[in-house]
Design a protein. Structure first.
Length: 206
């Protein structure tokens, strides 16, 4: 079981998304003083290139350092609320290239892996977000792209792992009439609670 700090990940830009909000969220959450105090040490933050090579090149080495838990973020272009992903599947798409222009060499993320890997932390995280009034939904489909591939890889580790898809930032910051959602500070507080719950779950396993 990992005894290291919490690992928070996000993704860098990709075609059509020149500024990835998941990277910004990962940085802000990792720098949150109250989270470091609650955990007893600052989290580690990792922004992954949106490329398949980033999984063995950056994610795998970070996982090899045995983090206490892993909280991952990605952006879902059509989402209107946070999506708490319950599983990563052993499937990849050969239709869409990554940001470097590379297409997955095979249809399976890991030819020797199981069909799917599930996250027991998803239910607790979803409940925590809803307690803070954060619009969130349970999702069983993390896609066939880098989000799913990285989640599937991370779920092979013995520590708690969770992936949360966030919606893209609106083109205008003016809220829509009648649809004023929670502010960024409340969202950060909710995600900080999710992070603490992940670490507690990891310690209870140990």
């Amino acid at each position: 079981m990992g005894r290291g700090p919490l690992l928070i990940t996000g993704f860098g830009p990709f075609p059509g998304m020149p500024e990835n909000p998941s990277a910004r969220l990962a940085r802000r959450l990792a720098a949150l003083p109250r989270l470091g105090l609650a955990l007893g040490r600052p989290p580690r933050r990792l922004v992954l290139r949106t490329a398949y090579a980033a999984i063995p090149g950056a994610l795998a080495p970070a996982l090899a350092e045995a983090p206490g838990a892993v909280l991952m973020f990605g952006v879902a272009g059509r989402a209107r609320r946070m999506r708490v992903e319950t599983r990563g599947t052993n499937r990849a798409s050969r239709l869409f290239p990554d940001a470097s222009g590379t297409i997955s060499a095979r249809l399976a993320v890991d030819p020797n892996g199981p069909p799917e890997r599930r996250s027991p932390a998803a239910a607790l995280a979803l409940a925590a977000l809803r307690r803070y009034g954060i619009p969130a939904a349970r999702s069983r489909d993390a896609g066939r792209y880098l989000c799913n591939a990285s989640y599937y890889r991370a779920l092979a580790e013995p520590c708690p792992v969770l992936f949360v898809h966030i919606p893209p930032e609106p083109r205008t910051r003016r809220p829509r009439r009648g649809r004023i959602g929670p502010g960024p500070e409340r969202t950060l507080r909710a995600l900080a609670e999710v992070a603490v719950l992940l670490m507690r779950q990891g310690r209870s396993r140990g």
